[in-house]
Design a protein around this ligand. Structure first.
Ligand SMILES: Nc1ncnc2c1ncn2[C@@H]1O[C@H](COP(=O)(O)OP(=O)(O)OP(=O)(O)O)[C@@H](O)[C@H]1O
Ligand SMILES: [Mg+2]
Length: 255
């Protein structure tokens, strides 16, 4: 196996706040990595730096050997890295199908243009095929604002995958989703992902999900990496149990 993503000594400061400090992460081809850490530990900051939404204060990011540090989000997407957001970035007033047509239009044309028709019969067929792969085709005509959270999350992830990324970054794919829907949602996401051979790094607060789907876990604490290794080993690490999992148990009681 060879590393497709290499983040070296990444740091990010916001004024006096150090959101990430000296982050070193390598992701191998096809690997599924869980990222855990309490609120404010730096997980989203790390994803934002890799995907071009934040410029690192220091450090470098290489993807398939190419230095992508400082590229804009749409340039990062073209290299083969896609993401979903902690709070989904969908057009709430449009239908599920219309959202997917926009994702495909952006992919094909690079931007939206009045001159390029979004809704062709062929594009609709393609959009419905992606929706079906993610089990949300029956909601095609539904307005996004009225969707259950689980369907909204699946649509967001489905839209992130239309460019067939080699690395998919998911920021809390199951947050706000009913407990009994979490495993089916992850099964739906992991099926196409494994079929495509893409690597995936997902941020998750639910340790049962991490245990089931991640082959490896990276634990963040206070902007730093506290542990990185095989899932069972990291989840059993006394420091991870004390500083990360302990706070998750507290969080679950409070939320
Ligand atoms: N744009 C910003 N401006 C200022 N501070 C920020 C900004 N983004 C993040 N931070 C701070 O950086 C730290 C890390 O935040 P981050 O969002 O990466 O945490 P997280 O691990 O994703 O947490 P959560 O589990 O709540 O999503 C926090 O202290 C946060 O307040
Ligand atoms: Mg976050």
């Amino acid at each position: 196996m060879s590393a497709i993503l290499e983040a070296n000594s990444l740091s990010k400061s916001f004024g006096a706040v150090t959101a990430a400090a000296d982050i070193n992460v390598g992701v191998q081809e096809g690997e599924v990595v869980g990222v855990i850490g309490a609120n404010g530990a730096g997980k989203t900051t790390f994803i934002n730096m890799v995907t071009g939404y934040l410029k690192p204060t220091a450090g470098t990011i290489r993807f398939r050997g190419r230095d992508i540090t400082g590229l804009k989000p749409r340039q990062v997407v073209r290299t083969g890295i896609c993401r979903s957001f902690q709070v989904s970035q969908l057009f709430r007033d449009l239908s599920v199908l219309e959202n997917m047509l926009i994702a495909l239009g952006m992919l094909r044309e690079g931007r939206l243009s009045w001159l390029a028709p979004l809704h062709t019969a062929e594009r609709e067929r393609e959009a419905r095929a992606v929706l079906a792969r993610y089990t949300v085709e029956s909601h095609a005509a539904t307005q996004v604002a009225t969707l259950p959270q689980g369907v909204r999350k699946l649509l967001d992830i489905a839209m992130a995958t239309v460019s067939e990324p080699a690395l998919l970054l998911l920021d809390e794919p199951t947050s706000g989703v009913a407990v009994e829907e979490k495993f089916p949602l992850m099964d739906t996401v992991m099926g196409p992902l494994q079929a495509s051979g893409a690597a995936c790094l997902f941020v998750e607060h639910d340790m049962e999900i991490v245990e089931r789907y991640a082959g490896r876990v990276i634990a963040f604490y206070d902007g730093r990496i506290l542990a990185d290794g095989p899932t069972a080993r990291v989840l059993a690490d006394p420091e991870v149990r004390k500083y990360v999992i302990g706070s998750e148990i507290h969080r679950a009681r409070v939320v």
